[in-house]
Design a protein around this ligand. Sequence first.
Ligand code: 5GP
Length: 196
Amino acid sequence: MEKGLLIIISGPSGVGKGAVRRILMEDKSLDLAYSISMTTRPMRKLEQEGVDYFFVDEATFNQHVAAGDLLEHASFVGNQYGTPKAYVNQLRSEGKNVLLEIEVQGAKQVLAKCQEDGDSNLVSIFLIPPSMAALEKRIRKRRTEPEEIIQARLKKARSELSDKYNYQYIVLNDIVTRAADEIKDILKNEIAKRSV
Ligand code: 5GP
C-alpha cells in the first residue's frame, strides 16, 4: 500500500488553522487522520484530553523528547508542543493522509526531515490572515488568553509570517469556508497526482 500524505498546515496563532482543519476533517473523500499533539499548555475550557491535545507536564514532555518519540517539537509562548511520531507513522503506513496543525518552528523540522529522508509525500500549506488587525481581532475574540499572552502571540505572529515562502502553498484565510475549499482542491490534486 502506498504511504499516505503528510500534510502540514501552519501559520500564526489565531489565523484559523483549527477552524479550517475541522472543515477538512468532515470531507471523507480526503481520507484524513488528524495527528493529536502533546502539549504542556494548560487545558482550556471545552478542550478534551486525547481529543484536542494530550496534556502533559514538563517532565513527561521532556521524557518523550529524550526518548525520540516526537516527530517535531517546539516551544511556543512559554509552552511546549510536539507531534507523537508512532501514531503518524502507523496511520501513514495504513494509507491515511495525516494532517499536522503546527506552528512554524515545528513545521521547519518536519520539512527538513522529509527532505533528508527523501519523503516526497508531503504537502505544506501556510495560512495567512487578511491583515494583522484581523489576526488580532480573532485572537481577542477567542477570549482564551490573558492580555500579556495575546501580546506575545501577536509579536510572534509578525515573525512567523515571514516564513510563508518555505511552504508549497500559501492560502489566505479571509473566509474560513473559502480557505477550506481552496485547501480541499489542493489536497485532491495532490492525492490524484500520487495515484497516476
Ligand atoms: P494553542 O495553544 O493555540 O493550541 O497552539 C499554539 C500554537 O502551537 C498554534 O500555532 C498551534 O498550531 C501550534 N501547535 C499545536 N500542536 C503543535 C505541535 O505538535 N507542534 C508544534 N510545533 N506546534 C503545535
